[in-house]
Design a binder for this molecule. Structure first.
Ligand SMILES: Cc1ncc(COP(=O)(O)O)c(C=O)c1O
Length: 393
């Protein structure tokens, strides 16, 4: 069913119930526990006969407001706020995978997701197979009888490769596998994986959802039946979001549409500039016609996103020289901030991968990832241009 209000309105007008104070902006419910009206009220809450707050590890009005908004924006029924993106990724796997299960996963996932898959899940007897984004015809043959979940990121980090969500979902439906999509690079303003058949949508809210580099946060969204299992796992293992972060992130969602429009406009302009720049071997941006999965990006994404990657001629040395010479742009490994950030993945976020593993996911030594911020585009381009010139020298 089509939602009755527009995305922008839903992002602003979804709000927890007003208190007797009549506040316009939601207060912060800085409380670890909640009181019961009487013994019967407590009994009914604990036996799940009625809904309500018991303890902030279980639920809190600020986190609920954040999740209610995110569910409306993603087209999901239910969800749970998590303390960080990685708490969301891990919980979304651990709540469902049992000893002897198999995980299908895209090779080009975020570094810590890769560490969970290769270092932690095997400790509990959970095996995995990596599949390559650019060989979708090979995915179905990687399905095993015990495959329980397919985990993917699109656009991928930092390669900005695009996966056809409808295609991945069809394989999952055919084999009875849960599809889990990390939607942190796109945000629901640009792409809604549940509408393409994802069973679980995961987020690092630390990125564009916060949008200002202030707090860590995460979320897991999906149908009520799935979230029930997530809730059971999370209530008892404790990856809960702080109410302050829930309050902040709910406020952040109110400006998500306008921020994403500008991030994407700046990113597109930067990509067009870099296509013509001497010293740059190639540029990758989902909405550039040259992008290898451009048609898929146009099909499932409203805009191209806030990230641009490019390769400097000159490898590792050029990458590090570029990084040393940026003046305004921040040297950081984060993304999705108002401030433009440059990252050199080969020497930082993906340095734990072997050279072969990096090559397999397209991370070359001279690759630079730019999280394009909201500064004036001329200032962003001018800083990048002079740093490319210096790296090329
Ligand atoms: C695609 C993706 N997923 C998950 C995470 C982890 O999120 P967090 O840092 O909030 O734990 C990141 C962090 O950079 C990311 O880029």
């Amino acid at each position: 069913m089509k939602p009755s209000k527009h995305f922008e309105t839903r992002a602003i007008r979804t709000q927890s119930e007003r208190s007797s104070q009549g506040e316009h902006s939601a207060p912060i419910y800085a409380t670890s526990s909640f009181i019961f009206e009487d013994a019967e009220h407590a009994r009914a809450l604990f036996s799940n006969e009625i809904e309500g707050n018991i303890y902030s590890r279980y639920s809190n009005p600020n986190n609920d407001e954040f999740i209610d908004k995110l569910c409306l924006l993603e087209g999901c029924e239910d969800g749970m706020a998590m303390a960080s993106g990685m708490a969301a990724m891990f919980t979304s796997m651990a709540a469902f995978l049992n000893q002897g299960d198999h995980l299908l996963i895209c090779r080009s996932v975020f570094g810590s997701t890769h560490q969970i898959t290769t270092q932690l899940l095997p400790r509990w007897g959970i095996t995995h197979t990596y599949v390559d984004i650019d060989r979708p015809e090979s995915w179905e043959s990687a399905v095993e009888p015990n495959t329980k979940m397919f985990f993917l990121e699109t656009p991928s980090n930092p390669g900005l490769d695009i996966i056809d969500l409808g295609f991945a979902s069809a394989i999952c439906k055919k084999h009875g596998i849960m599809l889990n999509v990390d939607n942190c690079f796109a945000t629901p303003y640009i792409q809604q994986p549940a509408l393409w058949g994802a069973d679980i949508v995961t987020h690092s809210a630390t990125k564009f959802i916060d949008g200002q580099g202030r707090v860590l946060g995460g979320a897991i969204l999906g149908p009520k039946k799935i979230i029930e299992k997530v809730r059971f796992f999370a209530r008892h293992t404790g990856p809960a979001m702080s109410p302050f972060h829930g309050w902040l992130l709910s406020k952040s969602l109110e400006t998500l549409p306008v921020r994403m429009e500008k991030h994407c406009e700046n990113a597109m302009n930067l990509a067009l500039f870099l296509e013509e720049k001497n010293g740059v071997n190639w540029v990758k941006y989902p909405f550039l016609p040259k992008h290898p999965q451009h048609d898929i990006a146009r099909k499932q994404m409203k805009l191209g996103g806030g990230l641009v990657t490019f390769e400097l001629d000159g490898g590792l040395k050029a990458g590090q020289k570029f990084w040393d010479n940026i003046r305004m742009i921040s040297r950081s490994s984060n993304l999705g901030d108002t401030r433009t950030i440059a990252t050199h993945p080969a020497s930082t976020t993906h340095s734990k991968l072997s050279a072969e593993e990096r090559a397999a996911v397209g991370i070359t030594d001279g690759l630079i990832r730019i999280s394009v911020g909201l500064e004036h585009i001329d200032d962003i381009i001018s800083d990048i241009s002079q740093a490319v010139d210096q790296a090329d020298g």
